[in-house]
Design a protein around this ligand. Structure first.
Ligand code: DCT
Ligand code: MG
Length: 499
């Protein structure tokens, strides 16, 4: 599992009074730092409002940073603004006011920052605006953790298009639109039948003008021009090719693209390129890894892993997570959680498992990431943060003869084994339920669970723990059901989490 988080750089919190852009004017209200969202407001109006406010002694930042205390938007729906904000600067959100222009106008009229009231806040709007409305499909929540999304997708024609557009935005690091298309895809995946006309979209959350336009075009012409265009785009094709190599993230792919490389051959014939150990393995086993992993292969690997772990630690718990736990037939890797009923006994187990894989001659590549887990730390506010458990990203050899139903003609080449990507994660048992929930995914489901916890329950959830900000305490959980119960959510089975 290798993902490069897509998020713009977060500026460090600045010291009060060192604003670079507003220094021409005297700052009268240093405790209030405003950021005006250009989206929908437009550049010229934003610039006009900025200078108006600065003249009146308000501090207005040109760039969103942790120093900003008041984010002000005009004509933005909360549903559109929040995905963008969450990605722009996730760490500042809980204490940052996200306000409608009305607060700004009233403050300008008063000549000082007016007290923020609930009516000014855009934070509340997703609930008002997107509070479940009746649709042709019933009443559907805008949080995917309140929907049941199985592998049965009745709207593949639309969701495939959305996912290509989202991927293209990801390649250009445009998080807002990327997430908007992923959210729309996720919503359509949860519908019990196919969208047949635009009227079917009425009352559905998570669909904006852009996503609706794509649906309309597909309904009318059976395809979407924008998607065709992306698929033929040189940059998209190259980024897709390069990021498909294990160990090659967005930054490296972009760098190679800018150097003019368009194929693996181009990369490999340039002798100035230095590869990481991971990338070397990525190129070496590219065909096998690119081919992905079938459920039968995941089961065969699961058997090997379980045998090894149990021999080393008879009481150990080995759980298959990731896409296969959600019922996927095919994945890019196999994710396992390993723990022991007694806290502390999991320490050292990973090294022993790795040694055993080596001894059996089936370890092709591995990268152990030591635990940085601190029991006292609050859950992270960052949606994409990697957890702190000890883990290992590896590639192992799977003998084709061990796979049920494998036929020789299915083989990519003539060797009798296939390289398979595997992740091991070793949480202490007290955190197992949180790790299981997080590593089962899907990514969007996890993301919405965390958003739901934060905005609806004032709780912080991550792969380690659940923290209640009101009670100022951690809420323990032995099972995933416990976590859903703490959040006041109906339990969603793993196979219903394919958001
Ligand atoms: N995850 C996590 N923390 C990370 C990375 C991933 O909690 N740093 C979660 C999100 C989903 C889950 O773990 C598994 O991740 P992937 O293997 O990337 O996704 P998948 O759903 O298993 O899909 P794939 O078939 O591509 O492996
Ligand atoms: Mg996986």
């Amino acid at each position: 599992m290798l993902h490069v988080p897509i998020r713009p750089p977060i500026k460090k919190r600045q010291k009060p009074n060192d604003s670079c852009s507003s220094c021409q004017y005297e700052v009268k209200f240093g405790e209030v730092v405003i950021f005006l969202v250009e989206r929908k407001m437009g550049a010229s109006r934003r610039s006009f409002l900025t200078s108006l406010a600065r003249k009146k002694g308000f501090k207005v930042e040109d760039v969103l940073s942790n120093a900003v205390t008041h984010v002000v938007a005009e004509a933005n729906s909360a549903g559109e603004l929040w995905p963008w904000l969450e990605n722009s600067s996730p760490r500042v959100l809980p204490e940052t006011e996200v306000l409608d222009i009305s607060w700004f106008t009233e403050s300008m009229a008063a000549g000082e920052p007016v007290h923020v009231e609930a009516r000014h806040r855009l934070e509340n709007s997703p609930l008002i605006e997107e509070s479940p409305q009746p649709s042709a499909f019933g009443t559907i929540s805008h949080y995917s953790c309140q929907r049941r999304t199985t592998m049965e997708n009745h709207n593949k024609v639309f969701t495939d298009a959305f996912e290509i557009l989202a991927e293209n935005y990801e390649f250009s690091e445009s998080e807002g639109p990327c997430l908007a298309f992923l959210r729309a895809a996720s919503l359509l995946k949860s519908l019990p039948h196919t969208v047949r006309c635009l009227g079917d979209l009425q009352g559905l959350p998570c669909l904006g003008d852009q996503t609706k336009a794509v649906i309309e075009e597909i309904l009318e012409y059976g395809r979407c021009c924008k998607v065709q265009h992306v698929l033929c785009d040189d940059r998209y094709q190259t980024m897709k090719l390069f990021t498909g190599v294990f160990g090659v993230g967005l930054k490296t792919a972009e760098k190679w693209y800018r150097k003019g490389f368009r194929s693996f051959e181009d990369v490999q014939t340039d002798d100035t390129i230095r590869y990481t150990k991971m990338q070397k393995a990525g190129f070496l086993y590219y065909n096998d890894i690119f081919a992905g992993v079938s459920k039968a292969e995941a089961n065969a690997v699961g058997q090997i892993v379980e045998d090894i772990v149990r021999r080393l630690e008879p009481d150990a718990i080995v759980a298959l997570t990731g896409g296969f736990r959600r019922g996927k037939e095919f994945g890019h890797d196999i994710d396992f959680l390993i723990t022991t009923p007694e806290t502390g006994k999991e320490k050292g187990l990973l090294n022993k498992v790795i040694n055993e894989l080596k001894n059996q001659g089936i370890l092709l590549y591995y990268d152990i990431v030591e635990s940085t887990f601190d029991n006292t730390r609050q859950p992270s506010r960052n949606f994409e943060a990697m957890d702190h458990f000890e883990k290992c990203f590896l590639m192992m050899k799977l003998k084709k003869s061990l796979v049920d139903g494998a036929r020789q003609r299915d083989c990519v080449d003539c060797k009798d084994w296939k390289a398979i990507r595997v992740d091991f994660v070793l949480p202490p048992v007290d955190h197992f339920a949180f790790a299981l929930l997080g590593w089962t995914g899907s990514r969007l489901f996890d993301r919405d669970l965390r958003r739901y916890a934060r905005y609806e329950r004032k709780m912080l959830l991550d792969n380690h723990a659940l923290y209640d900000k009101t009670k100022k305490e951690f809420l323990p959980a032995k099972t995933e059901e416990d976590i859903f119960a703490h959040l006041g959510l109906d339990y969603i089975e793993p196979w219903q989490r394919n958001a």
